[in-house]
Design a protein around this ligand. Structure first.
Ligand code: N01
Length: 552
């Protein structure tokens, strides 16, 4: 139970966020470790991303059999996924089902935004403040704030003058929106737009899409899961989960056929055609060097561009939809249902704002160059301040009062995406510099929660009251992450992976590209060696650095 010091309730652990990570943290730390855990959640319900992203067509683009918890067999046997890629309402129901099953709601305070967290060096504890006036103190602070949880809204001139409704896909009204008979404008053509445009087009009177950068998207081939398939999956979950744990992305994927130029073109082409018909992300991994060789990438990119031209009737519209600004896969690949076909509809118009940007909003709509487009509603599908946005909105004050925003002024720096030098006793679940962005995020969350639980167990057994990433360990890890990225085509794209979608955000590649399996091995090894790269202290004892061996 919590105790009270100077009227501030004290816990073993305070967690920020009640998405999938927050839910699992409560269960793991409370039920397996016997810790007193308190979670603060900004939303009026649990589920994180799936609580907020309720736009039409929102669904997961990793297969539901994998995009779900693996740690509890009862849960995976009891829960029935209905579609290959579950829609948002079903994923939110699942999150709530898991929360009830694990009885975690009592640990979660909803409608409470953490505003500030201050580390106290004398006691090795964090004191957390919230917008409701509730405070809490804890030895460990864990952020479970998600990678894509802060919507990014460009500052268009005269936005307030627009007389109609404005919606953001990442903060969609819970009661839904009826676009019947409406003229709707959509800004953005990333994954959220690509999922929602086909459905909004079916409802709206007219839909106008403002595209700055054409995005690569491949067919999701979504479909209902049959009863026989469901039973077969449940029977083989043990093996499936084990194989997924050993996969780089946390899901099983088709293997490449070989490197560009080393395999007969007939075979490459045949495999691209096969994967286009139904393996989602598999399209970009037909060639083993797709993300390292521009020649290989051009081949795959052109395959998709040819498909666009086959699907879209109007050659001028097809030309606009062809992505040419980045190598396929270096910005997040989208999976779609009827995206390109939607541009064959009479009521859908595509406006390129690549060369002539949106000039301003007006009372009637949006002005681009000499043209004013009139709307009843405008949808911003403009993405997120990814990976760092949610953390930088909280005033974290670490050693000597240094803030996280200051520490990250030149870009996010972290050790393993799990801890930040200068911020002791603070864990970041799926923080910048881990592979999560490039993986099935639930697999990454499970790994982080379990690793953190093991580390806390270790510290408690050793009487350690304070841990902190060492400057050397962090610097080497940051370099290693950047070096790995530099060996690929990823940094050539102006992507949210690089922070490039938010004006003024420092450009740092935010993910470890070595794969979840290798990352998991590395984390396990440094734990087995006594938590290499972390400094430890025990109630007043001086910090002692562990020997460090981070590298390629
Ligand atoms: O956001 P985005 P998203 N004027 O950043 C455009 C995950 N996700 O919400 O590319 C005009 O991809 C911007 O243009 P540009 C997934 O990881 C997952 O769609 O910067 N346009 C771009 O087209 C995904 O990657 C699922 O030139 C402007 C768009 O807005 C991530 O979330 C579903 C503009 C933003 O695209 C983010 O996706 C959905 C401006 N001033 C999302 N500013 C799943 O299925 C921005 N844009 C699990």
């Amino acid at each position: 139970m919590s105790s009270t010091t100077e009227t501030i309730p004290t816990y073993d652990v305070v967690v920020i966020g009640a998405g999938f990570a927050g839910i699992y943290l409560v269960h793991k730390l409370r039920d397996d470790l016997g810790l007193d855990v308190k979670v603060f959640e900004r939303g009026g319900g649990i589920g994180g991303t799936w609580y907020w992203n309720r736009y039409p067509g929102a669904r997961c683009d990793f297969e539901s059999d994998y995009y779900s918890f693996s740690f509890n067999d009862e849960i995976q046997q009891e829960w029935d996924w209905t579609e290959r890629y579950a829609p948002q309402p079903e994923i939110l129901r699942y999150a709530n089902y898991v929360a009830d099953k694990l009885d975690v709601r009592g640990n979660i305070e909803l409608n409470t935004t953490v505003t500030r967290a201050v580390f106290d060096e004398a006691s090795d504890t964090w004191t957390v403040s919230t917008d409701t006036g509730v405070s809490a103190r804890a030895r460990y602070l864990i952020s479970a704030t998600g990678i894509l949880s802060v919507p990014s809204t460009p500052k268009f001139a005269d936005m307030d003058s627009f007389k109609g409704e404005i919606y953001h896909t990442g903060d969609w009204p819970h009661e839904g929106v009826d676009f019947t008979g409406k003229r709707v404008g959509v800004i953005g053509t990333g994954s959220s737009a690509i999922q929602s445009i086909p459905l909004m087009a079916e409802q709206a009177d007219q839909l106008t899409v403002f595209q700055r950068t054409a995005t690569f998207t491949v067919p999701a081939a979504n479909r209902p899961i049959t009863e026989n398939e469901r039973k077969a999956t449940k029977r083989s979950y043990k093996q499936l989960r084990e194989q997924a744990r050993r996969a780089g992305t946390g899901v099983l994927v088709d293997q490449p056929v070989g490197a560009f130029g080393e395999v007969e073109e007939r075979i490459v082409r045949g495999e691209l055609e096969r994967r286009w018909r139904g393996t989602g992300f598999g399209t970009t991994s037909v060639l083993s060097d797709n993300l390292r060789s521009i020649e290989a990438n051009n081949y795959t990119s052109q395959f998709v561009r040819d498909k666009i031209n086959e699907i879209v009737d109007d050659p001028a519209v097809a030309k606009l939809l062809e992505p040419h600004d980045y190598p396929i896969g270096t910005k997040r690949l989208a999976l779609d249902t009827n995206y390109y076909d939607t541009y064959n509809r009479e009521n859908v118009k595509l406006v390129s704002v690549r060369d002539t940007p949106i000039e301003r909003f007006s009372p009637a709509g949006i002005v681009v160059g000499d043209t004013e487009y009139e709307f009843d509603a405008i949808v911003l599908a403009t993405g997120f301040d990814a990976a760092t946005g949610a953390l930088e909105r909280i005033q974290f004050e670490g050693v000597d009062g240094r803030t996280l925003t200051d520490a990250w002024a030149e870009g996010a720096k972290s050790y393993l995406g799990l801890a930040v030098e200068g911020f002791p006793n603070f864990f970041t679940v799926t923080g910048p510099g881990c592979p999560a962005i490039l993986t099935n995020v639930i697999a990454s969350i499970e790994h982080h929660v379990e690793w953190i639980a093991d580390y806390i167990t270790y510290m408690r057994a050793e009487g350690i009251t304070r841990f902190e990433a060492t400057p050397d360990a962090q610097a080497e890890w940051v370099k290693h992450v950047a070096d790995m990225a530099a060996m690929t085509l990823y940094p050539t794209a102006a992507s949210w992976y690089m922070g490039a979608n938010v004006p003024g955000k420092p450009r740092v590649f935010l993910a470890y590209i070595g794969g979840l399996h290798n990352y998991r091995d590395r984390c396990d090894q440094l734990a087995a060696d006594g938590y290499v790269g972390f400094a430890h202290a025990s109630d007043g004892a001086p910090l002692k650095s562990e020997q460090l061996t981070v590298g390629a």
